[in-house]
Design a protein around this ligand. Structure first.
Ligand SMILES: [Zn+2]
Length: 290
């Protein structure tokens, strides 16, 4: 694909190299541009060690309640193979874990791209199997929560934020208010958009991460060092994250949107005109082939 990628409504421009990486990921995997920016680019460019996103963004629903069965379906899928290939090209790897998300025992899969520390994923996988919380009669098991804690560690989320999140996760699974409500109220106080100081925005460095408080010093440090690393590759990228991605993550949490509309909003927000156009064409083609 030729030309600069312009996030037209925001006036951001990327350099040729990072543009090529982003475009290839968008076109090859057919994932929303937001996911490429949120999860793939930071790891491919060495600005984060690991990131994760739901498997349903790159593959058809997997069936069955058995861990081995579900995981082998994912590993055998076209989406996983492409993600793995693309990740290796950038010195990273792809991985997957499954976990019980509903009381009926259905399994959901999370995809990861990461550099090193692959053995942590094996540990997380084992803990999720042992902590099959849908099967437990007396609520969420310790193994399950330990798996969530390990996942946070693997993604380099600050310990203070994970500590705040865990009991809320248990509450949420029990059908009560979870971290979404707390985080949304905190953001209502802190405000959103570019009027929020960068140091606070930086604590919302990725989607699906909830800092223990706006501007948590550990989370801010993580976000700021990510910005520095991205800026060394491409100053335009630094702008995109500081002024685009981080405020967008805050807005996401504030609105507590269910996933599909969050993604829809993000696609609208990013307006990667060429990328999304090509992705749509690509998707159309794939659908016809089936
Ligand atoms: Zn924290």
């Amino acid at each position: 694909m030729k030309g600069d990628l312009k996030l037209t409504d925001k006036g951001f421009v990327m350099n040729e190299r990072t543009l090529a990486i982003a475009n290839e990921a968008i076109l090859e995997l057919g994932v929303p541009p937001h996911t490429v920016f949120d999860c793939l680019l930071p790891v491919y460019l060495g600005a984060r060690k690991a990131s994760g996103f739901p498997y349903n963004l790159i593959g058809p629903p997997v069936k069955g309640g058995d861990f081995d069965e579900v995981l082998s379906q994912v590993r055998g899928s076209d989406g996983y193979r492409k993600l793995d290939e693309l990740s290796r090209k950038h010195g990273a790897e792809a991985g997957v874990t499954a976990e019980t998300r509903s009381r009926r025992g259905d399994l959901d899969c999370m995809m990861y791209v990461y550099r090193g520390n692959g053995e942590a994923l094996d540990r997380i996988d084992r803990l999720f199997r042992e902590g099959h919380h849908g099967a437990a009669e007396d609520g969420v098991s310790d193994h399950y929560l330990e798996a969530v804690r390990e996942t946070g560690r693997f993604l380099a989320y600050p310990a203070c934020c994970v500590d705040a999140y865990l009991p809320e996760k248990a509450e949420r699974l029990a059908g009560r208010d979870g971290s979404e409500k707390r985080a949304s109220e905190q953001i209502r106080e802190a405000g959103t958009g570019l009027s929020v100081p960068l140091i606070i925005r930086a604590s919302y460095f990725t989607s699906w991460f909830v800092p223990c408080e706006p501007g948590c010093s550990e989370a801010s440090r993580t976000g700021m060092s990510m910005l520095d690393a991205l800026g060394r590759e491409d100053p335009g990228l630094r702008e995109i994250y500081a002024k685009g991605m981080f405020p967008s993550n805050m807005k996401e949490i504030q609105e507590m949107n269910p996933l599909p509309s969050v993604l829809a909003n993000n696609i609208l927000f990013m307006k990667l005109t060429e990328g999304t156009e090509a992705m749509r064409r690509n998707r159309g083609k794939r659908r016809k082939r089936r």
